[in-house]
Design a protein around this ligand. Structure first.
Ligand code: LLP
Length: 868
């Protein structure tokens, strides 16, 4: 141990650990290693560790601190679970629960019980309760590190950080969203410099002037660490979490996002403010004030450099760093009734927001209109407050509230110089409204506000066109998908990894084969049928008409959605006993005789144009029909699969409903179902409920409607590291929808979701070739079996099944044998060194793979094999 008197520090480093990186024994071993690598607190390199509560603990403490606000939770049970969780954590790390931890737990239990009896807590008590997550976790963390032989001293954050009086009139803000001064403090410096080893303290909490506990608001542990770095005069702040830094987009939604190696404070602050959650903007603001370099690093990949945030951009040239997006944005548009010239208009308007304690995010002005955006999260916006604002503004301008919206931001140095590259990305927005464009005066941010549902699509499109291309290796590190492919914790094991041996055996003597895993098909149908808001699932058999796949879907309880006479016939041949009403025929520009056939068979029929009823009215006399409506806006993974809006040929627009109603009435036909399928591979989980609300409004005019068929379109993860859609959120939206009109049935007709992940294409390597920089790996089948990459630029993960666990060291183009340059299955893929005879596996190929295959070049497509 060092003697402070003779050993004044040569470097001071604050390390902050949070989230899952403090959650278990393995993580704590990693933390101990990291501290050892930093010198272990001996010598003149001083360390201060700040860490947060265990994941989820602050949420649970919220329940104890505000039982009235969480009526569904039982505060007693929550308290018991919390105590038990910390005891278990203590036992995991230390083999016991230290006395000081029991002391803290007892105090928390007492406080929580008091609040429960009274039914509510003052902001002061709430802050105290919320601070316990950090207090308890740091007690256990410190004891563990000491047991590992590190000279750690537990410090009470109250003694190091004092909140400023931020002048807020709102007591809740003062206690629960406190701020501190990051300036150097000689007392704190002396105290920390004099520590014989490593200091360890709590994030998120500080003391008020009066000496009470206050907390810093969400994301507060990062901010605490930054304040402490400032007060101590640290040379660097390291924030360790489970992601290795900032990315060019949210990597869990856009796995092609690249790690950003270096950013200026300004850029990092913009990225943090516009949606990235890696580090809180307040934290960056604090280190920026003191010009302390900030390093973002991952406990999962401790060797990796991560993101470095420094005072000035690496070079001054224009560069786009990131695309971020934020949902829950509310726009307030103020039409100025010709009073624009009037002095003080803006001042009056902003006074209204100030009085309502609403902070305005973006502002855009024109001669007659001022539009501002409000961030629903930050403002904890309640409808009542918004209405009040609208009413007050309404006294001197015309007000429109536009919600929910998403704000998609481009962030980078000198962004204005890059705007000309935006046009191709915005093309997909021809039929969508862009509510607002806003360009920040600091030239670091350009923001587009669109309907919430479109935010992710726009972000993906912008990322694809502006960032994904080969980018400067100095600024951009590896992509998220590259990082996680080799990280078992980040991927869910697929059925095909489990069945590797079996698949290789099946390929004995074969060049190429589609393999379908029927159990996955059955599971997918069941998962949808189990959603409380879904009454019926129809499998869209255009995605895959393999008889055994159809059998598995039926067995799990699906009906069928068919788009041609051929599909209806195939189902009836296979399953002659199937109740006809479980088949829905949804033709588009089909000839008259197909409608006649379907009606004669007694299957349900959807009208998707006026033509049939205008020209063949007798066919529909006294029939019960479905009507496919065009909601006016398409969705989906590619413009070619967006099946609504004026550019698509599907559906009847609302403007033609009067005529439809009259003509159907004339032949006594009834509309019993309304249908929308707006696109395929829709990334937004709100899409179906929103479509449903649209149909519900339309159902007002058709009294016989019993069914809302919300189409297919559910997406599947395609890239390693991509998160699947949150089905329960989709289901909850639909349940709410159905509650609005009891008795109505909700149907879904997914294709991709049911079979996409159930199928893989296996293909044997025929030849390899190097040509200039490019390396090609050729396989026995290509676009004749799988046309999606060629047609839509679709991504399918490709692995070398023969060498599944060998390091992937070569970047190659995977191509087929077809006489077209477009015959590529994957571009720039990482594979292990690959040779003739190896079997490549092309994943997520179960939907629209074999179904869209051809015999182009007289090369028959891969044959199909099923496994149970
Ligand atoms: N319902 C109707 C009326 C449809 O037109 C479709 C697909 C679906 C349901 C099923 O959509 P899904 O759940 O599979 O997204 N070949 C393209 C997809 C075309 C989809 C056409 N209609 C692809 O490979 O991405």
């Amino acid at each position: 141990m060092n003697d402070p008197a003779i050993d004044s520090p040569t470097s001071r480093t604050v390390l902050k650990f949070g989230g899952t990186s403090v959650a278990d024994l393995d993580s704590w071993r990693t933390i101990a290693d990291i501290l050892r690598r930093h010198g272990g607190g001996g010598g003149a390199d001083r360390l201060l560790v700040v860490h947060s509560a265990l994941p989820g603990v602050t949420d649970a403490l919220e329940v104890l601190a505000d039982p009235g606000g969480h009526p569904r939770e039982d505060p007693r049970a929550t308290a018991e679970a919390l105590l038990e969780r910390h005891r278990a954590f203590g036992r995991e790390l230390l083999g016991r629960v230290p006395d000081e931890v029991e002391g803290e737990l007892e105090e928390l239990r007492r406080l929580a019980e008091g609040v429960r009896l009274v039914g509510e807590a003052t902001p002061r008590t709430r802050a105290r309760i919320l601070s316990f997550g950090e207090r308890i976790a740091t007690r256990i963390g410190a004891a563990f590190l000491r047991a590992e032989g590190l000279p750690v001293e537990w410090l009470d954050a109250h003694e190091l950080l004092e909140a400023m009086d931020n002048g807020s009139r709102d007591a809740a803000t003062r206690w629960l969203s406190a701020q501190c001064d990051p300036s150097l403090d000689s007392e704190v410096r002396a105290r920390l410099d004099a520590l014989p080893g490593i200091g360890l303290t709590q994030g998120f909490t500080a003391r008020s002037r009066e000496g009470d506990t206050v907390v810093l608001g969400r994301g507060g542990s990062d901010t605490s660490a930054a304040y402490l770095a400032g007060r101590w005069g640290a040379d660097r702040l390291e924030i360790w979490s489970d992601v290795p830094g900032m990315f060019s987009a949210d990597p869990r939604r856009i796995p092609t996002a690249r790690l950003l190696r270096t950013l200026s404070y300004g850029e990092a602050q913009e990225i943090a403010t516009t949606g990235s959650r890696v580090v809180h903007p307040r934290c960056i603001r604090a280190v920026r004030e003191r010009e302390i370099p900030l390093f973002l690093k991952s406990t999962r990949l401790p060797e990796m450099e991560g993101t470095q945030i420094v005072p000035r951009p690496a070079d001054g040239s224009p560069s786009l760093k990131a695309i971020s997006w934020k949902s829950g944005v509310i726009l307030v548009s103020m039409e100025t009734l010709g009073m624009w010239q009037e002095v003080g208009f803006l001042a009056r308007a902003f006074e209204v927001f100030r009085a309502a304690d609403l902070s305005v995010d973006l502002v855009s002005t024109s001669e007659t209109n001022v539009t501002v955006s409000l961030d629903a999260d930050a403002n904890l916006l309640q409808d009542a407050r918004l209405e009040e604002v609208a009413e007050r503004l309404g006294k001197f301008c015309r007000v429109e509230i536009i919600r929910p919206c998403a704000a998609v931001s481009l962030v980078g140095n000198r962004i204005r110089a890059l705007l000309h590259r935006l046009a191709p990305a915005l093309e997909v927005f021809e039929e969508h409204r862009i509510h607002m464009l806003s360009q920040a005066a600091n030239d670091l941010n350009f923001t587009v506000v669109v309907d919430e549902e479109e935010g992710e699509r726009l972000a993906r499109q912008l990322h694809r066109t502006l960032v994904s291309q080969p980018a400067s290796p100095r600024l951009f590190g590896p992509s998220w998908e590259e990082l996680v492919t080799d990280d078992p914790a980040e991927r869910t094991q697929t059925w095909w990894e489990d069945s590797r041996e079996r698949l290789l055996e099946l390929m004995d003597g074969e060049d190429a084969a589609y393999v379908y895993h029927l159990d996955t098909v059955r599971h997918r149908v069941k998962a949808l049928r189990e959603l409380a808001g879904v009454d019926r699932v129809l499998f869209a058999m255009k995605a895959n008409f393999n008889p055994e796949v159809l059998g598995a879907a039926l067995e799990a309880g699906a009906g069928f959605e068919c788009v041609s006479r051929g599909e209806v016939e195939a189902v009836l041949d296979l399953f002659p006993e199937l109740a006809r009403e479980r088949i829905l025929f949804t033709p588009n520009f089909a000839p008259r005789e197909e409608y006649q056939y379907a009606l004669e068979q007694g299957v349900r029929v959807t009208l998707d144009a006026l033509h049939p009823i205008q020209h063949w009215p007798e066919l529909f006399r006294d029939r019960e029909l479905f009507v496919r409506v065009d909601p006016g806006e398409g969705a989906g993974h590619h413009e070619k699969v967006s099946t609504a809006g004026w550019r698509s040929k599907f559906g009847i627009p609302p403007s033609e409903m009067d005529e439809l109603e009259t003509r159907l009435g004339a032949v006594g036909a009834k509309v019993v179902g309304l249908h929308v399928h707006a696109g395929s591979g829709v990334p937004s989980q709100d899409h179906w409920a929103r479509t449903g609300r649209f149909l519900l409004a339309m159902a007002e005019r058709f009294p016989d409607v019993q069914v809302l068929d919300l189409g297919g379109g559910l997406p599947i993860p395609q890239r390693p590291g991509e998160v699947p859609i949150d089905l329960s959120a989709v289901g909850a939206g639909l349940e709410e929808l159905r509650a609005a009109r009891p008795g109505i049935e909700i149907w879904l007709e997914p294709g991709r979701f049911v079979v996409g992940e159930a199928g893989v294409l296996l293909a044997r390597v025929t030849q390899t070739k190097g040509k200039g920089e490019a390396r090609y790996v050729g396989v026995a089948t290509g676009m004749n079996s799988l046309i999606r990459p060629t047609l839509y630029g679709a991504f399918h993960e490709i692995v070398n099944l023969t060498r599944l666990h060998e390091p992937r060291t070569e970047r190659v183009q995977v191509v087929g044998p077809i006489c077209e340059t477009g015959d590529r299955l994957g571009m720039d893929r990482l594979l292990p060194p690959t040779g003739e005879g190896d079997v490549l596996l092309i994943a997520t190929a179960g939907a629209y793979g074999r179904a869209m295959a051809s015999s182009y070049n007289l090369r028959p497509p891969a044959r199909e094999i099923v496994i149970p």
